[in-house]
Design a protein around this ligand. Structure first.
Ligand SMILES: O=C(O)/C=C(\C=C(/O)C(=O)O)C(=O)O
Length: 302
């Protein structure tokens, strides 16, 4: 089956640079995806974009190229609630990948146990309107109740302006929360301003974990300016540093490879890893961000 890629979509970077930063032993890419390949794992009919193929082999090759050890593979909306490509990648990882799936409210205990056996440890609730028509609150509450006995968490993807309306619902969920990409703050605003301090208050009140990922999605200053210092995404740095400093034991990082829905700039994954020391400025912060925190959340048995 041939699928036409969404016009304007940029493919993932074919030759990411060698990172200058050496990640600590056992580092985890805690937010990435697999797409297809479509011939084997067709994309969901209800999807709102059609990506290029980006399979497990390329993901694991990037892991090795960056000097990372493990992946947390997050179900992307282009596959809907068909987690086949995700499960296939988890099973091929030799225990070096965990997953976050997408399920519907009628999911059975047997299906959840099958996903758990493959390495899934959470589900994703997506509220980004350009990606999905968000499921009704009741359906999400049903899903949260079904996954709680497995010890799974809920990964939340939302945009900052929507948090005030979603906050009470999130606080009502009986599971651990993990927030994608810092809740997509407006990095043109003041990091000490009401929007981001409101986000930090929500994180404190909910005990949520936060991914300090996707500067390339949030930046207004654009891609890295290779000026010898490799300054990158400087407008995002104050926001990410604030989260790392405030919640050092509940932050995660990921490449977001293969970077869906980018049309004007495709990040070099080597430079994304080189961005980490700008937001986690001490070795202790970097070890927590890249190793201790993701291991505690996804491989607590080790
Ligand atoms: O990959 C990301 O985390 C961000 C995006 C896409 C998805 O999360 C998805 O389709 O599931 C986006 O912002 O377009």
């Amino acid at each position: 089956m041939w699928t036409e890629v969404t016009p304007g979509w940029l493919p993932w970077h074919p030759n990411p640079s060698e990172p200058a930063f050496t990640a600590p032993e056992g580092a985890v890419d805690a937010h990435c995806h697999v797409f297809g390949p479509a011939a084997e794992f067709p994309f969901a009919p209800e999807r709102k974009y059609t990506p290029v193929d980006a399979g497990k082999e390329q993901l694991f090759a990037l892991r090795d190229h960056l000097g990372l050890s493990r992946n947390v593979i997050v179900q992307a909306t282009c596959h809907g609630s068909d987690n086949s490509a995700l499960v296939d990648a988890l099973r091929a990882s030799g225990g070096r990948a965990r997953g976050v799936a997408s399920v519907t409210s009628d999911v059975t205990r047997e299906e959840l146990e099958r996903l758990h056996a493959a390495g899934v440890r959470g589900v994703r609730f997506n509220f980004v309107k350009r990606l999905v028509d968000a499921a009704p609150t009741e359906a999400l509450e049903t899903i949260a109740a079904k996954i709680a006995p497995l010890g799974w968490h809920v990964v939340l993807y939302f945009e900052a302006p929507d948090l005030p309306d979603l906050r009470d619902f999130f606080l009502s969920l009986p599971v651990t929360l993990v927030i994608d990409h810092m809740g997509r703050p407006d990095v043109g605003a003041d990091p000490e301003g009401p929007e981001f301090t409101g986000f930090l208050d929500f994180v404190a009140r909910s005990g949520a974990w936060v991914k300090v990922s996707c500067p390339e999605r949030l930046t207004r200053t654009g891609p890295p300016a290779l000026d010898g210092e490799q300054h990158a995404y400087t407008d995002v740095v104050p926001f990410a540093r604030k989260v790392v400093e405030t919640f050092p034991d509940r932050v995660l990082w990921g490449t977001d490879w293969p970077h869906p829905n980018l049309t004007d700039h495709m990040p070099d994954d080597g430079l994304l890893l080189d961005h980490v020391p700008q937001i986690a400025v001490t070795p202790e912060q970097r070890r927590a961000l890249l190793v201790d925190n993701p291991m505690r959340l996804y491989w607590p048995e080790e």
